[in-house]
Design a protein around this ligand. Structure first.
Ligand SMILES: [Zn+2]
Ligand SMILES: [Zn+2]
Length: 305
C-alpha cells in the first residue's frame, strides 16, 4: 500500500520539479547579466581584447575618459588615453598606479557605486585641492572631503530645505531617507521637512531606471550605478529602481539609509571622498551599512562657513 501511495505521488513530484526548473530558468534569464570585466584581467597599453570597450564605457561614465573621436570609445584597443584614465582611477582608489587592469583594480571596479562622476569637466573632484585648514594641519589630520567644481552650495540664509518623494516611492525608502535627513540635520546647520508629493520642494527623491531624461542614464546590469544626485541647488536625487534595495545589513541588498546619506551629501554640495569609511566614498557593497563620519561633517561645515 505504501509503495502504491509513493507511485501515485511520483507524477506530482515530477510536475513540481518541472515548475521549479522553469521558474528558476526564467529568473536567471530576467536578471541582468553582470558586466564581465574579469575577462579583461591583465590587459594593458597595446592590448586588443574583445570587450575592452566595456571598460572604456565604465571609465567614461565616471568622468575618467573623454575621447574627442567617439569611435575610440567603442573599439577594443587599449590606447594611451585608457592607460592614463586607469592610472587616475587607481590613484583615486589608492590602488598601485600600474595602468594595468590588474586583480586589485578589477576588484574595485566590481564593487557597485554612486553614479556621480569622480571627474567633472576634467577636474578630478576626488583630489582634495584646499588643504588650508590650519587646525587640521597643525594637529596633522588629513581631511578627505571634497566639493563640486566652483563649490556650489545653498544660499547661507537658506538653512531649511523641503523635500518630497515622487509618487510610487516605496514606504521602506521613505522611512530610510527620512532617517538619513534627520541624521544630517543633527550634524549640520540644516533642517529638513517633508512635504506632500504634489507640493513644491527644494529636493525631490524618486526611483528611476534606464534612461530617464536627465542625461545620466542608469545602465542596465550589475555595472549600473546605484543612485545619483545633483549639486546644489538642483535638488534631484534618483535611486536606480533596477537594484535590489533593503533596510540594514541584508545580504544581496543595498541599504537605503546609507545610500540616502551619501546622496544627501551631494545635494548639500559634497563631492566624493577618498576616505574609505566616509559616507562620501563612492562605492557600496550589498549588505553593507555606513554612517556619517567626522570627515563628512567637517566637509559640510567647511563649505558653509
Ligand atoms: Zn556619490
Ligand atoms: Zn537621474
Amino acid at each position: 500500500m505504501a509503495i502504491l501511495k509513493t507511485l501515485y505521488l511520483l507524477p506530482l513530484i515530477f510536475i513540481f520539479a518541472l515548475i521549479c526548473t522553469i521558474v528558476h530558468s526564467k529568473r536567471d534569464h530576467s536578471s541582468p547579466s553582470p558586466i564581465d570585466f574579469n575577462d579583461l584581467q591583465g590587459s594593458h597599453k597595446g592590448s586588443s581584447i574583445k570587450g575592452l570597450h566595456k571598460l572604456k564605457h565604465y571609465l567614461e561614465q565616471f568622468g575618467y575618459l573623454n575621447y574627442e573621436n567617439k569611435a575610440n570609445l567603442n573599439d577594443d584597443e587599449f590606447d594611451a588615453k585608457l592607460e592614463s584614465a586607469l592610472k587616475t582611477y587607481q590613484e583615486n582608489f589608492h590602488i598601485s598606479c600600474t595602468g594595468i587592469l590588474d586583480a586589485a583594480t578589477l576588484a574595485k571596479i566590481n564593487v557597485p557605486r554612486c553614479g556621480v562622476p569622480d571627474i567633472i569637466n576634467g577636474t578630478n573632484a576626488m583630489v582634495k585641492k584646499n588643504h588650508s585648514d590650519p587646525l587640521s594641519e597643525s594637529i596633522n589630520i588629513v581631511s578627505h572631503y571634497t566639493f563640486f567644481n566652483n563649490r556650489p552650495r545653498w544660499p547661507l540664509s537658506q538653512t531649511h530645505l523641503t523635500y518630497r518623494f515622487l509618487p510610487n516611492t516605496h514606504i521602506d525608502a521613505i522611512t530610510a531617507v527620512d532617517r538619513a535627513f534627520r541624521t544630517w540635520e543633527a550634524a549640520t546647520r540644516f533642517s529638513f521637512s517633508r512635504v506632500r508629493n504634489n507640493e513644491r520642494s527644494d529636493i525631490s527623491i524618486g526611483f528611476f531606471s534606464g534612461d530617464h531624461g536627465d542625461g545620466r542614464a542608469f545602465s542596465s546590469g550589475e555595472g549600473g550605478a546605484l543612485a545619483h544626485a545633483f549639486a546644489p541647488t538642483d535638488g534631484r536625487f534618483h535611486f536606480n529602481g533596477a537594484k535590489r534595495w533593503g533596510n540594514g545589513r541584508v545580504p544581496g541588498r543595498y541599504d537605503l539609509f546609507s545610500v540616502g546619506l551619501h546622496e544627501i551629501g551631494h545635494l548639500l554640495g559634497l563631492g566624493h571622498s577618498q576616505h574609505k569609511r566616509a559616507i562620501m566614498y563612492p562605492s557600496f557593497s550589498p549588505g553593507q551599512t555606513k554612517r556619517l563620519t567626522k570627515d563628512d561633517i567637517d566637509g559640510i561645515r567647511a563649505l558653509y562657513s
